[in-house]
Design a binder for this molecule. Structure first.
Ligand SMILES: [Zn+2]
Length: 55
């Protein structure tokens, strides 16, 4: 079964349609979203750890 969940890259609204119900822009698959807060924070944390480890 394919994931049908999509997310708007602009307002981060989840939807099942190809267009955002909020802004009408095209939505992308939630699983390959261009933005990922968790990832960004994870990268930050990893970088911080690396820097701390190097000092
Ligand atoms: Zn939107």
């Amino acid at each position: 079964m394919k994931y049908l969940l999509r997310v708007c890259g602009d307002c981060a609204r989840y939807s099942l349609s190809r267009e955002c119900p909020e802004c009408g822009k095209k939505t992308g698959y939630a699983h390959s979203a261009p933005f990922s807060l968790e990832d960004r924070y994870g990268a930050c944390r990893r970088k911080l750890k690396q820097e701390q480890g190097l000092i």
